[in-house]
Design a protein around this ligand. Structure first.
Ligand SMILES: [Zn+2]
Length: 282
């Protein structure tokens, strides 16, 4: 077997049963170090996964009531932290009045709403019907469409964001290539995904982001850089956060204390299990 991203040799790494009770192999590429699941799910299987239940029912995967106000506040808190680490405020100040944002995989459009409030011409896109409907009801500039098929006309964007989505996409490479063609001169792509660093190795099959088959690719800084360069993009900046401790409701003070310390250590040592990167034209 060869890596679908770099054509390097794949080696067996882990095995895990999926939400669909099928057994999946997680293979690791010896060349670019990406992990990918085998077999890759078909488009039909993935579409079935993302029926609305995925976003409504609380489980280790999926998101509880994703369109709620409470989730808005938590999405925005993470967004603002990430933007500070990406040195976004200074760059934003350097842009004129007419600045445009496209969010690919926007769900209910919480982050899109945040940008729109700051004066950005913002557009969010997703294929999740109920999410888009919920966001539109809240007056958000969203469109239900397949990013790879949608006709953008002559539109180009100063910023394209893609938060915690790339790991879901069997066509990850096609998504990055299309984002590049939609980037304005001097534009940036901000992208986050889970990071196969220390915590992924330590927790093995119990790693919180090892969700098969909905997460099909598992990246790190190296595999992201190689994939970006293949798509005509350069990796300008990367940082990580997250220590493997999931945010839990009604957690004990001891759990919260451990999470607090571990989050800070992960950040300091760049070993977080989420990675955030900035890409620009190569
Ligand atoms: Zn590879």
């Amino acid at each position: 077997m060869i890596c679908v991203l770099c054509q390097g040799p794949l080696q067996p790494h882990l095995k895990k049963a999926g939400a669909d009770k099928k057994m999946y192999s997680v293979m690791r590429c010896a060349k670019c170090s990406v992990w990918q699941i085998d077999p890759l799910p078909s488009e039909g299987e993935l579409a079935a996964l993302y029926q609305s239940e995925y976003f409504k029912v609380r489980s280790d995967r999926g998101y509880a009531d994703y369109a709620s106000e409470k989730i808005y506040r938590s999405v925005v808190a993470t967004l603002e932290k990430n933007l500070r680490d990406l040195h976004f405020p200074a760059w934003e100040n350097s842009l004129g009045e007419n600045k445009s944002l496209l969010e690919v995989g926007c769900a209910a459009g919480h982050a899109v709403a945040w940008f729109a409030q700051r004066g950005w011409h913002a557009l969010g896109m997703d294929i999740a019907h109920e999410m888009i409907e919920a966001g539109k009801k809240a007056g958000r500039p969203l469109v239900e469409a397949d990013f790879l098929q949608h006709d953008f006309g002559a539109a180009r964007f100063d910023l394209i964001t893609h938060w915690a989505t790339l790991e879901h996409l069997p066509q990850a490479e096609a998504f990055l290539r299309r984002m590049r063609t939609l980037l304005a001169e001097g534009g940036k792509i901000y992208l986050s995904t889970c990071n196969t660093g220390y915590f992924a190795r330590r927790y093995g099959t119990a790693w919180r982001y090892l969700n098969v088959p909905e997460h099909v690719f598992y990246f790190n800084r190296k595999s992201l850089r190689m994939l970006a360069e293949k798509c005509g993009l350069k990796l300008v900046r990367a940082f990580s956060y997250g220590s493997g401790f999931t945010t839990r409701e009604n957690a004990s003070w001891w759990y919260r204390a451990q999470k607090h310390v571990a989050d800070r250590l992960a950040r300091f040592f760049l070993t977080g299990d989420m990675i955030v990167i900035e890409l620009q034209h190569l």
